[in-house]
Ligand binder design. Sequence first.
Ligand code: S6P
Ligand code: ZN
Length: 211
Amino acid sequence: MKLNGQFFGYFKEAKKLTKTAFKYEIPFNTEIDLDVGSLKGYNNKTIRRLSDLKGFFYDVHVLEEILKKGKDPVIYEVYSYSPPQEEGGLCFGVTVLRSGKIGDEYYMTKGHFHKKMETAEIYIGLKGKGYLLMQTRDGDATIMRIGRGTVAFVPPYWAHRTINFGDEEFVFMYTFPSDAGYDYATIEKTGFSKIVVEKDGKPVIIDRSSM
Ligand code: S6P
Ligand code: ZN
């Protein structure tokens, strides 16, 4: 059997078992177009628009004004390969975070803990630039810059959010255990303590409580 023109494989047994037993999933490869940031063969796509991010940007009035005008811009898209949520599997995919601001606050993702808190994740910067903001339940926070080629480790127990402070799309690849799940509610309740806003044409990290 020929797969993607890359190699030959003999999968008689694995093929029979794929539908019932994840551990016999067939090996495969795929491609990310590094200029565009698109992932070939994804099986899941999530689009988040401004209306999905109500309550996340600090300037509620600016957000409502945009929506009132009938606009609801796409803030980010996630293209993923998501196998069954079983122990031993890996999810991976690409997030495309658009460039823009709500008032002076840069476009960002919602951010989440994993439901299985003891789960780590890897981010790899592919295109554009942004920040990776992380925070623990105890309130410890850290922020790091991600550019093309940056590999970032998100340790277990850290909520994570990305922020695009550049003037082009910020694209990164991620991978994490497929049984991790998502917990948006916990960090949504407390919020991230830091936000990134534009001041004199530059991104500045400030305390959200100061707004
Ligand atoms: C998944 C990983 C990313 C985010 C994506 C969107 O564990 O961290 O794929 O899901 O960047 O962010 P969010 O917070 O809306 O899921
Ligand atoms: Zn995650």
